[in-house]
Write a protein that binds this ligand. Structure first.
Ligand SMILES: Nc1ncnc2c1ncn2[C@@H]1O[C@H](COP(=O)(O)OP(=O)(O)O)[C@@H](O)[C@H]1O
Ligand SMILES: O=C(O)C1=C[C@@H](OP(=O)(O)O)[C@@H](O)[C@H](O)C1
Ligand SMILES: [Mg+2]
Length: 183
């Protein structure tokens, strides 16, 4: 596989919780050997609290403020190219969508609701899903957010049934094609 350095932009992963942004981001890092950043991890470092603690102690609005602040920092000019995994709700704000579009090649990772439920049911670190009916919540978020992901996506990828390595390789192949077609 040829190196990513020929790609002119970051790779940005968006999509609902459990679609594999963090995991595929790590896989891309492994394949390419250059840094992967997860906005949720930057938020946790900044707040010195876990995502669940931020939601519990400060509320979702405070979390969204931190998320926008981190995205602004990542958008500063002159930063080296990276793989950026985002939190599923980052597309909620219009200003964030604008920054994400500018930041890189945006990949929307998708999965059916059943698969998302299965993948996210393994742990309790997603406060939005700590409800009586997580399926209903995922369905609602899917309806609300799908047009927002679509608005900024350069690539839309269904991930169910695919290994994370296959997804990462597919992203690289598509990104190369995209930038070759549009230098
Ligand atoms: N393509 C995949 N196939 C199987 N399991 C996956 C796949 N992508 C992610 N997972 C698993 O689903 C869970 C959620 O993945 P994660 O990367 O945290 O998603 P996100 O960051 O989009 O919320 C993790 O346990 C991860 O190992
Ligand atoms: O969809 C959301 O609003 C959220 C998704 C989470 O990230 P992942 O999509 O990586 O799970 C995390 O940012 C937070 O729990 C809120
Ligand atoms: Mg994640």
């Amino acid at each position: 596989m040829s190196p990513i350095e020929d790609l002119p932009k970051n790779i940005v992963l968006v999509g609902l919780m459990g679609c594999g942004k963090t995991t595929v981001g790590r896989k891309l890092q492994g394949l390419l050997g250059y840094p992967m950043i997860d906005t949720d991890h930057l938020i946790e470092e900044k707040a010195r609290l876990s995502i669940s603690e931020i939601f519990a102690r400060r509320g979702e609005t405070a979390f969204r403020e931190l998320e926008s602040a981190v995205l602004n920092e990542l958008s500063a000019p002159g930063t080296p190219r990276r793989i950026i995994a985002t939190g599923g709700g980052i597309v909620g704000r219009k200003a964030n969508r604008k920054l994400l579009s500018r930041l890189g090649y945006v990949v929307w990772l998708q999965a059916p609701v059943d698969v998302i439920l299965q993948r996210t049911g393994r742990n309790r670190d997603r406060p939005l899903l700590q409800t009586e009916n997580p399926r209903e919540k995922i369905e609602k978020l899917l309806v609300e957010r799908s047009p927002l992901y679509h608005e900024i996506a350069d690539l839309e990828l269904e991930t169910s049934g695919l290994e994370t390595e296959e997804i990462a390789c597919g992203i690289l192949e598509s990104a190369r094609y995209h930038f070759a077609a549009k230098p």
